[in-house]
Design a protein around this ligand. Sequence first.
Ligand code: ADP
Ligand code: MG
Length: 233
Amino acid sequence: MNDAADMIADAKRHGRAALDESAGKRLLATFGISVPKSVVVADARGATEALKQLHPPYVVKLISPDILHKSDAGGVKVNLKESSEVVNAIAEMAAAPHIKSARIDGYLIEEMAPPGQEIVIGAVRDPDFGPLVMVGLGGIFVEILADVAFRICPITRLDAEEMLAELKGGAILDGARGKRPVSRAAIVDSLIKIAGEDGLLMRHGDDFSEADINPLIVSEAGAVAVDARFILS
Ligand code: ADP
Ligand code: MG
């Protein structure tokens, strides 16, 4: 019946531990979450033709089942303006020490999201409570300060608003330090699409031991999921 179930079954059939980024983003898009427009190419030769479908600036990312943290391995290049920069980025990645020894499924070329605040939405499966959803502000807020809020799924719009209100760094969303405010409504919307009654986790939560959108880039106008990780259970 649905794309999402097929995609998950397909990854399992191929013995994958996780959905690749492109499949993960298709899954998010099925649930109404915005993702960057993208194409997948096998190598640098396919890039120039593929770029005709996209608008600059571009991002190039390595697709490899062996590399979960792409930037650490040199597998992400952002803000590329010309097709030649994209071609070079792919060639450089293919030659990078950590990447050379990994299995490479291809390269994801995508459009840059409009600038904004980076948010993390995460999910884990609890054996007793089922799927739990987490939200935090990106970067050091999550990694060092552990400034995050959790709920058991499904959540309501009010729950999502309260989760944001719990974040100690939440004032950042309202435009602290001369930054423009970003849309809390867009974050709430994304949380509902993931963790609400008809959301992704209520439908497919059993298939994943862990999932995250890191980051969701939120501007005044909306939110775009620029990375997606779904670990199969
Ligand atoms: P990693 O596997 O290292 O987490 P990401 O896909 O999250 O790789 O990319 C690393 C960083 O690059 C992101 O945190 C974000 O800041 C930036 N980035 C990635 N994709 C995009 C995009 N499409 N638009 C804007 N920024 C992006
Ligand atoms: Mg990421």
